[in-house]
Design a protein around this ligand. Sequence first.
Ligand code: F6R
Length: 609
Amino acid sequence: MCGIVGYLGKRDALPVLMQGLKQLEYRGYDSSGIGIIYRKKIKVIKEKGKLVNLERKLSDNLSAKIGVAHTRWATHGGVTTENAHPHSGPEEKVIVVHNGIIDNYSRLKENLGKEGNSFLSETDSEVVAHLTEKYLDSGPEIAVSKALSQLKGTYGLLFLFRDHPDLIIAARNGSPLVIGIGKEEMFVASDAMAFAGYTQHAVFINDGEMVILSQNDYRIVNQQNLVIERDVEELEIERSNHSKNEFQHYLLKEIFEQPESVFRAIGRGGRLLPDFGTALLSGLNLEKRDFFDIKKIHIIAMGTAMYAGELGKFIMENLTRIPVEVSDASELCGINPIVDKNTLFFAVSQSGETRDTLAAVQEIQQKGGRVLGIVNTVGSTLARMTDGGVYIHAGSEISVASTKAFTNQVTILTLLALMIGRTRDISLSRGREIVSQLMSLPEKMEEILQRAEDLNVMAEFLKDYKSVLFLGRGINYPVAKEAALKLKEVSYIHAEAYSSGSLKHGPLALISEDMPSVFICTRGDSQEKIISHIQEVRARNGKVFVISNFDDDNLRDLADELFLVPQSDELLSPLLTIIPCQLLSYYTALKLGRDIDQPRNLAKSVTVD
Ligand code: F6R
């Protein structure tokens, strides 16, 4: 789960590679490294920790026209400088950066060890450099092919050769790889974002392919050594906006961006048709009449995107009356998913690179299923592999904890529900009501954000607990799950979500003065029930914090702290109630001095199994 980037061309390679790494840091930030050819030798500079540590180590008088670089999320081997990439062959004739996992590395390492090789790192990747160097007398291309033929596992690999200063070889199996074609320069990376701002011309590499790059040319070959011709794509990728503006953290900035990003999700109104009470999403590759054939919808995703899917289930079942299943993508492949022609699959992902989600999509497509993507990152693997889909237009999300992507995913699922629902179930007037509620969301979100700092009071309490329960019923239950995930991620406080109805079936035993509860309680059929659940917690000395959209004397009396959000249709209430939950996690983590934008052990995108 790492980011790789390579450059060769007319520019100074170091700033280009550093810029690429900054764009790729979302894939891991345990360590990073750069390898260049400098004065006819390979020079490797690497350092553990954040990218700034590597940046400090680069001296100004180094310059090169070719290089490869890596940002790491540790899988094999601890977080040390030795385990950082690039890794070199024994005689430093070749270096390698690797994204993926070589499953059979121990056996390869053992064999190479018997031949006299000794290793400097604990990684699986170092064996690839050793193997390639072993065959180097046959020339770089054959050496790489021979090494690849012995590897089992997943890889996106870049190779740099001491004696070939105008050559990078890249190879892909199961980890993304894309080339960027500039004028007298070439880029290659795990994600086109790495060369955003330099070139828009990209060629995506498929599994089993190897690319031979020189400054003015590239050649793609497959495992049979046949040359592959592939169209060059024009990508509209903008460099991530790395400015925090007036905000201390990206997380807070992104929470505050939600009114604007939700406005973009509804196409600044253009994706909504108020007169017809419906939505219009192009790119689905479906005709309206196809909606009649849908007997089931199946949403697959991981983490926050999956909780967006759970809200999608609630909203879609309500508006379309089609049964919706939501699956943790990592579980789906293992259970041999049921695929049939009347099930429409949606894969939801911010990055579009989550390995488990991609693997599930592959399996479903392999069985003949139709999968549509709900994706943020333009040109990502998921966006390209699905049979159609919708971009959520959240803009680049840099904080590891996802916020604005979540609200945009839920918004898009609502638009889809509206679009399908209007052909099958709901009336024009109900459709118009939803459209008008969607239009009013940004303003309501703004209203909450103006009172953001009020959440500091709850955060001041929460920061001193070891564990917190988040409770909700119906549509509020997935909100509680997402809220618990946010708190865990950024504050490292243990948090769990339950449906408040399930409290008496076990979790109530946890309630005491040491275990606070945050209730998400909105106006609707179950509001009385939730109030009685709050009473049960209070009766057992549990502290109670409430996020609600109705002001009720009873609720005010019962809650230690109450935060109100504006009223809305029940189906859209999660888009408002989640905002105070996100802010609560942020302020709690801030008070605890956590590394808010890059929490320990995590990476923005999980690109390994
Ligand atoms: C939590 C978070 C993760 C991601 C999950 C899926 O804040 O960000 O749980 O939601 O890793 O990532 P994507 O959406 O990129 O597929």
